[in-house]
Design a protein around this ligand. Structure first.
Ligand SMILES: *[C@@H]1O[C@H](CO)[C@@H](O)[C@H](O)[C@H]1NC(C)=O
Length: 154
């Protein structure tokens, strides 16, 4: 009986840790509303925010901004680098833009407002596949002496 309930407990833990790996998340760009703007400094830039965030395939980016004044352009790497707004892959100006990160790799976004990209209103997001994420070592400040879950004896 004790062994049975312990197994159920272990299975529940495995189930919920699996859920947390596979659950798609929405990332509010910049971490707050109205972050889609010309950064006041390099440390304030959206790419600094992106570096601190893990993006998985299936997650979404959400922009909240004034759609009457700005827009979000998804562009090629070349257009990102040169701030070329003339032929975006996709253009959004609804003020509440949600883009699902469907593939592994880099996504490039710039503002559609003339001159804003040149002043740093741009964003690169690199997605990790779930498999890679699962394989990545989990950073931990403490060393474990043994396995996190003790094997059940029989
Ligand atoms: C911007 O991109 C378009 C289409 O690719 C191209 O025709 C144009 O020359 C580019 N403009 C600049 C300034 O590079």
């Amino acid at each position: 009986m004790a062994v049975f309930s312990r197994n159920v407990f272990v299975m529940a833990i495995l189930f919920f840790s699996l859920l947390s790996f596979t659950e798609a998340r929405d990332h509010l760009v910049g971490g707050k509303t109205n972050s889609w703007k010309i950064p006041s400094s390099e440390s304030d830039s959206l790419n600094r925010w992106a570096e601190k965030t893990r993006f998985l395939v299936g997650d979404s980016l959400v922009w909240k901004y004034d759609g009457a004044k700005d827009s979000v352009l998804e562009v090629s790497k070349k257009d990102y680098v040169t701030c070329n707004t003339s032929s975006p892959i996709a253009m959004h100006n609804d003020g509440n833009t949600k883009i699902v990160l469907e593939h592994f790799g880099a996504y490039y976004f710039i503002s559609g407002v003339k001159g804003s990209c040149e002043q740093g209103q741009k964003l690169v997001v690199v997605t990790l596949s779930k498999r890679r994420y699962a394989d990545a070592p989990v950073p931990s400040p403490v060393e474990f002496d043994g396995p996190a879950i003790a094997p059940t004896s029989n």
